[in-house]
Write a protein that binds this ligand. Structure first.
Ligand code: NAD
Length: 240
C-alpha cells in the first residue's frame, strides 16, 4: 500500500528535503507549516503527490482541526515530527520563562499533540513509522546560549524512547540527531557564511550537512529500517 507521510515544518529545510525524498520514492506527503509562501512553492514543485496546509503545530486545536480535514484517502500512515525553532539566545542567568514555553511548545509539546492526532486518524500500514527530529545538541548541550533548544531536543529523545515502547509492535519510532545542517535555522546560530565555513573545517567530514543528507536517513528510518525502533540516528559528519 502507498504510504502517506505527514511532515511538520515541511515547507523548508530538512522537512522539505524529506518531502522530496518521500515523493521521489513513490509515496505521498502532507506538509504542515506556518510559512504559507513556501508551502505553495512545495505544492507547485511536487504536484499531486503532496497536500499542503498552513498549521501552527504549537496550537493543539489547530492541529486537531487540520487532521479532521484530511479525508480517508489521504489518512497518514507515517509521521515526521520535524517542525522546530532555535529560539532566542540567552544565558541561564537571564532566562526568560516565556521563551522557555515558546520553544518547548513548538519543539516538544507539538510532538505530543501531532502524534496524538496522527494516532487517532492514521490508516493502518504494515510498517508504520514515526521519526522525530532531535539534534546532537541533546547530547552536547548545544551552542552557547541555546540551553532551551538543547533541553527541548533531549526531551524529544526521551519521548522517542517512550513512544517506541508504547506504540510497538504497530509503529516503529526513531529519532534523528543532525549536526550542523545548512538550512535557514542556522541564521539564528552563525553571524555569516564565513563563520559557517570556519566551523565546517572543524567537522571530521570537512563540510556542513545538507538537508538531503538528513532526508536520506529519514527515508531509511521511515521505509526500510524494519527491525529498528527506539533509536537515535546521528547524521553529523562525525561531529559529536
Ligand atoms: P528550518 O528553519 O529550515 O525549517 C523549519 C521549518 O519549520 C520552517 O519551514 C518553519 O516555517 C517551520 N516551523 C517553525 N515553527 C513552526 C510551527 N509552529 N508550526 C509549523 N511549522 C513551523 O530548519 P531545519 O534546519 O530544516 O530544521 C528542521 C528540524 O531539524 C528542526 O526540528 C531542527 O531543530 C532540527 N535540526 C536542525 C539542524 C540544523 O543544523 N539545520 C540540526 C539539528 C536538528
Amino acid at each position: 500500500m502507498t504510504a502517506v507521510v505527514l511532515v511538520t515544518g515541511g515547507a523548508a529545510g530538512i522537512g522539505r528535503a524529506i518531502a522530496d525524498a518521500v515523493v521521489a520514492g513513490g509515496a505521498r506527503a502532507i506538509l504542515w507549516d506556518v510559512d504559507a509562501q513556501r508551502l505553495e512553492t512545495a505544492r507547485n514543485e511536487l504536484g499531486e503527490k503532496v497536500r499542503v496546509e498552513r498549521v501552527d503545530v504549537s496550537d493543539a486545536a489547530a492541529v486537531q482541526q487540520a487532521m479532521g480535514r484530511i479525508g480517508d484517502d489521504w489518512a497518514p500512515t507515517h509521521l515526521v515530527n520535524n517542525a522546530g525553532i532555535i529560539g532566542r539566545r540567552m544565558s541561564l542567568v537571564d532566562i526568560d520563562p516565556a521563551e522557555v514555553d515558546r520553544v518547548l511548545g513548538i519543539n516538544v509539546r507539538s510532538a505530543f499533540v501531532v502524534t496524538r492526532a496522527f494516532l487517532r486518524a492514521r490508516a493502518n500500514h504494515p510498517d508504520a513509522a514515526i521519526v522525530n527530529l532531535s539534534s546532537i545538541a541533546a547530547g552536547n548541550g548545544g551552542a552557547a546560549g541555546n540551553a532551551i533548544y538543547a533541553a527541548s531536543k533531549g526531551a524529544l529523545q526521551s519521548l522517542t524512547f517512550a513512544m517506541a515502547r508504547e506504540l510497538a509492535p504497530a509503529i516503529r519510532v526513531n529519532a534523528l540527531a543532525p549536526g550542523i545542517i545548512d538550512t535557514d535555522i542556522q541564521k539564528d546560530v552563525f553571524a555569516d557564511r564565513a563563520e559557517m565555513d570556519a566551523r565546517a573545517a572543524t567537522i571530521p567530514l570537512h563540510r556542513l550537512g545538507e538537508a538531503a543528507d538528513v532526508a536520506e536517513a529519514a527515508a531509511w528510518l521511515l521505509f526500510r529500517a524494519a527491525y529498528t525502533t527506539g533509536e537515535v540516528v546521528t547524521v553529523s559528519g562525525g561531529r559529536k
